[in-house]
Design a protein. Sequence first.
Lengths: 77, 181
Amino acid sequence: MADTAQVATAASSKDPSVGLKAVRSLRTLVERLEALQVDNARDQGWTWEQIAQQLGVTRQAVHKKYAAGRGLLRRKD
Amino acid sequence: MFERFTEEARNTVVLAQQEARELHAGHIGTEHLLLGLVGQGGTPVADVLDRHGLDRASTIRAIARLTGDAALDADALGAVGIDLDAVRERVEATFGPGALDAPGPGRGRAQSGHIPFTPRAKKVLELSLREAVALKSKSIGDGHILLGVLREGDGLAMKVISERGIDAATLRQEVTSALRS
């Protein structure tokens, strides 16, 4: 386990490379979780509209981002 | 070429494919061939590698370190109080192993069917044939595959080996004598 005090120090670190790296990783984490969840929702028959609503974005935004990888052209495997 | 492979060499390739699939790699690279070599355990070649500290677990760790998900940095996330291992554990419990890994070409759904060799891994297998010929061996053994890795010299497997501080020339010698015995 990481030492709590050490983590707290790092979190409040003024070193931009520490903070920015954390932000980048957070963004990546969000992207990967979003892709998993959208995929899962589509598998369960959710509409793009429903997914967009939960994500708090427009239907077009979520459709544009994720629809390309799905549909008839996929599932070759 | 495969028809000249010994049983160990065949197993190496089969294991390499399994490892690539399990790691959601989308390709079979030299690193997976190395995993195929160490993963058999008990073969003279696996023993040589084991003596240098390369077993399956340490090899997988080294590969993960070298291919490092730069975009998903566990230490950086720890710095803001997020335990990436805990997140990974929960996500994988729901969506399966590797769910949080970077999406690659072969990824998505359960990976099945054919996984292609990388050009470098192909090269290694070609070189293993040449090594066998050079050592006047009628068949291609797993040791020749390792010699192919060393001869090719640039793959991820080679990086794992040199990161371990293993001298390529020494290893080559040890493998060659293991092949003779």
